[in-house]
Ligand binder design. Structure first.
Ligand code: ADP
Ligand code: ADP
Ligand code: MG
Ligand code: MG
Length: 539
């Protein structure tokens, strides 16, 4: 049984790989009969950051569990656990031979930031400061907590933190330990752009000190900025994953975007991802769909004020800025979940809204959920516009409550798009999605907006996604947690310049693929662009 395109090892139905190499060697690990198999392991490089890039369910976390010593690889023999001797022998002649020898003897010091940081309050109790002091074997608490901007929350209780705060504390805890090998599993979830680049700095500093670092990451700009090398993983999510050879970070990410791994002769996508470097064009006046006046909302200790704005038919407006600045509050006002203290939406329009935090309190399967919420359920349009891009077929029979973070996000974005509305409003739709899913979601949103003559407003932190999808953008700025301001929607060039000058980061374009890349701080281009005031477009 196969999906018709990937051959013998395929147990599922989704098409992901087009020309699977015929002969794969024996797996490094197999979870059980007809269960996920992992082929190959990445290289470990002293003094370098090795990035891991691949879809969800392809074995990335499994790799890190194996290398950090949490999971003993079984070489495919899930019934009789092989002895370490056999495992070490398996890697004979490769750098992993001595790694596993030392690991089996307990002579390797590893530090691991796990993927799921929301588990942290369940395993550790007490104040942030005492936790971090306890793990601070490198005596760097001051430095690291300043870089990650957690010095303000050291006296807070771990049980009372937001997702972004937990993420930064988990990164700090992993980086403060004195180890030889550091593993970071998806360190940027919940973080804003500046926090992502601060995390990049902490992770890069470890490599500069000579440590071996490995990172799993779906934000291409962050992955690019932190890694020296990348390993792409391909295969069939849920069924098997293959570790491709190591590539330099630029070449590797470009190969991923191009969709073809030349050395392996493997096509991982039918089409390359195309980035359009839109010239900093004048905005063409479109047809107004909705308008709002300046909006104000205050909570105890926090207030947000936005400039007035108008939304045009057929456009996608992204909204970005730091965490705690009022983006979600603004989205809730538009969606009429929250009332503003001052101001109003001038023209009544219907809004389909995907909130930032998803709760799966629906009792039933994905299919049942869609049958009750999607007006076009079962039609051909529903299949091509919604089911296919969000790969819902493979989760149709699962219970909504049992979905993983990425699966729940796909369902939530898909269900929002399935509604009939004038404006589709998404609060952080890329959280927990892999690169492929982010781009499929972007294309699905673009298509639907166009065919329905609608519009979309999207709050997000992934610059590559923002670049890919935005027609215009609005910037949130101010003092997080205290006072927020938002601009009117404006052209992407002005928005990026405003936003990036606040955070002090410049971007350039990759020559080959045109994807945005972060400039090294203080590099020639960084200084030149800052001087010209062009933080995002080179000319
Ligand atoms: P990724 O990190 O790339 O999203 P994982 O390494 O977490 O993927 O998982 C790869 C595959 O292995 C998934 O299909 C997952 O469901 C499966 N898997 C993970 N852990 C186990 C386990 N303990 N038992 C059985 N299957 C597992
Ligand atoms: P963002 O989405 O930009 O991260 P939010 O709009 O969620 O920001 O929150 C902005 C600020 O408002 C935060 O300091 C948050 O704690 C506060 N806040 C949000 N909602 C409420 C509420 N219902 N009551 C009190 N404070 C709130
Ligand atoms: Mg994972
Ligand atoms: Mg928010």
């Amino acid at each position: 049984q196969g999906c018709g395109i990937c051959t013998k090892r395929c147990y599922l139905g989704a098409v992901n790989i087009i020309n699977l190499p015929e002969a794969l060697e024996e797996p490094i690990h197999r979870y059980g009969q007809n269960q996920f198999e992992l082929f190959g392991l990445p290289n470990i490089k002293e003094g370098s950051v090795v990035g891991i890039l691949g879809p969800n369910g392809i074995g990335k976390s499994t790799i890190i569990k194996i290398l950090s010593g949490e999971l003993k690889p079984n070489l495919g023999d899930y019934e009789a656990e092989p002895e370490w001797e056999e495992i070490i022998n398996y890697f004979k002649g490769s750098q992993l031979q001595s790694y596993f020898k030392k690991l089996s003897e307990g002579n390797v010091k590893t530090s691991h930031k796990p993927q799921m940081v929301d588990m942290l309050p369940k395993v550790v109790k007490g104040k942030v400061g005492s936790l971090l002091n306890h793990v601070d074997e490198r005596n760097k608490l001051d430095e690291v907590s300043k870089t990650l901007e957690i010095d303000q929350i050291l006296d807070r209780d771990i049980s009372k933190l937001s997702g972004g705060e937990l993420q930064r504390i988990a990164i700090a805890a992993a980086a403060l330990k004195d180890a030889d090998f550091y593993y970071f599993d998806e360190p940027t979830s919940w973080l804003d752009v500046k926090q992502r680049l601060n995390a990049v700095k902490v992770i890069r500093d470890l490599a500069e000190e000579g440590k071996s670092v490995m990172v799993i990451e779906h934000d291409l700009a962050a992955l690019d900025a932190m890694s020296d090398y990348v390993h792409i993983l391909y295969g069939h999510p849920g069924a098997y994953g293959v570790v491709a050879q190591m590539r330099g970070v630029r070449v590797g990410i470009n190969a991923y975007i191009g969709g073809f791994l030349k050395e392996e002769n493997v096509r991982i996508r039918r089409q390359p991802i195309i980035f359009e470097v839109r010239p900093p064009a004048e905005i063409i006046e479109g047809e107004t769909l909705a308008e709002y006046t300046s909006l104000k909302k205050s909570y105890d200790g926090f207030s947000i004020e936005t400039e007035e704005g108008e939304i045009q038919h057929n456009e996608i407006i992204t909204a970005f800025g730091p965490n705690g600045i009022g983006k979600t509050t603004f989205a809730k006002i538009l969606a009429a979940v929250t009332k503003p203290d001052e101001g109003k939406i001038k023209k009544k329009v219907s809004i389909a809204y995907k909130p930032q935090y998803l709760v799966s309190d629906f009792d039933g399967t994905v299919q049942e959920f869609l049958m009750t919420t999607a007006p076009t359920y079962g039609t051909n349009i529903f299949k091509t516009e919604i089911v296919k891009p969000f790969m819902l077929d493979e989760i149709m029979d699962k219970t909504v409550k049992d979905l993983s973070g990425g699966e729940l996000q796909r369902l939530a974005v898909a269900a929002t798009l399935a509604k009939d509305a004038d404006i589709y409003l998404f609060d952080e739709p890329t959280a927990f999605l892999d690169v492929e899913q982010r781009l499929r979601a972007a294309r699905a949103i673009q298509k639907i907006i166009e065919s329905r003559h609608a519009a979309s407003i999207i709050v997000d932190h992934d610059i590559v996604f923002i670049d890919y999808i935005s027609d215009r953008a609005m910037v949130f700025y101010g003092e997080p947690g205290i006072e927020g301001h938002a601009t009117s929607p404006m052209d992407l060039r002005s928005a990026m310049n405003k936003f990036l000058s606040d955070v002090g980061i410049t971007f350039r374009r990759d020559k080959e693929t045109k994807r945005p890349r972060v400039n090294k701080f203080g590099s020639y281009l960084d200084r030149e662009q800052k001087e010209k005031g062009e933080y995002y477009y080179l000319e």
